[in-house]
Ligand binder design. Sequence first.
Ligand SMILES: [Zn+2]
Ligand SMILES: [Zn+2]
Length: 114
Amino acid sequence: MSNRRRPCLDCGILTRNPSRCDAHQAEWQARQDRIRGSATQRGYGSAWQRTRAPVLAAHRRQYGDWCHGWGVPAHAASDLTADHVVPKSRGGTDTPGNLAVLCRSCNSRKHNHE
Ligand SMILES: [Zn+2]
Ligand SMILES: [Zn+2]
């Protein structure tokens, strides 16, 4: 259990959460849920979206805006995205167990190594 505190991205008070204080984390999560809901209503709910949305949501519930890093130390990131651990071109599947959550820059770094 780390005692390291970080300033909330929204109000700046120190928190043990990776990116936001409890209040703003909850507010942010509610906003994300609304965004996801409207995206689904607009017809973006492809099978792939439906697969990775819960993976992303679970990651955010657990870590908030936090990227575990790919070749770099873990860091705060608001542009998280779920991507395949084993690429589909190498027989990877769309199952949650084959999905890793990274920010976009870590994801593109990962792709450059594939
Ligand atoms: Zn806050
Ligand atoms: Zn990252």
